[in-house]
Design a protein around this ligand. Structure first.
Ligand code: CA
Length: 219
């Protein structure tokens, strides 16, 4: 599961953000203090950091500076006061990937998190593989046994989600959230329909139904 580190000393904000991200299928770790935030960011157990600037101990800029000084490429999104534009520019110069002015709406934050994670994933892993199936994340092309397979954008996104989590059971709610960006079940069987499309195109045995739980990619 993708892990988001939240370094924020205002409990009201960290609580609201953490709750929302968990509902969207991420795991979260909340830290309220700069030094501990840096230690967590360097631990290698997180995929992205939401970093407040005004923190007890070392501030967000210093956390970012030390993180980049250690050659960490962990994506960092700064949470910054809407008035502190100069600070924000300094943050981007200092190696932040993005910033979100406070106050923000949760869906705005979630969209930023998703796109920064997507970029980071593309840099780190241009192709995903499971057995004879491969997805090229740059060209958006799928191949089975070396032969090209035509996938729609949504089919590709769903296949990508499975390949990022091989052998892991993904619930319909997780897939709706990560692939369709829906944090609720619209009461449709859209996930089941698209899994069927993928089975038709990629091979019937590749995606297994785990009764009452969801779906799993056989690696
Ligand atoms: Ca603060």
């Amino acid at each position: 599961m993708t892990s988001i580190l939240i370094v924020e000393d205002e409990e009201r904000i960290s609580g609201f953000v953490s709750k929302g991200l968990r509902a969207a299928g991420y795991s979260t770790t909340v830290v309220a203090e700069g030094d501990e935030g840096l230690a967590q960011a360097l631990s290698g157990s997180h995929d992205l950091v939401l970093l407040d600037i005004g923190l007890p101990g070392i501030d967000g800029f210093e956390v970012l500076r030390r993180l980049r000084a250690r050659d960490s490429r962990l994506p960092v999104i700064l949470l910054t006061a809407r008035t502190a534009v100069a600070d924000t520019v300094a943050g981007l110069d200092g190696g932040a990937n993005d910033y979100i002015p406070k106050p923000f709406r949760f869906d705005e934050l979630l969209a930023r998190v998703r796109s920064r994670l997507r970029e980071a994933g593309q840099v780190a892993t241009p192709a995903l593989r499971a057995g004879d199936l491969s997805l090229d994340l740059r060209t958006r092309r799928a191949e089975v046994g070396g032969a090209s397979v035509d996938l729609s954008a949504r089919e590709f996104a769903l296949a990508e989600e499975f390949l990022r989590h091989p052998e892991q059971v993904l619930s319909r709610e997780q897939l709706l959230s990560r692939v369709w960006g829906l944090d609720f079940d619209p009461g449709s069987n859209v996930v089941d329909v698209y899994v069927r499309y993928l089975r038709n195109k990629l091979g019937a045995d590749r995606i297994e139904t785990v009764r009452g739980m969801g779906y799993r990619l056989r690696a």
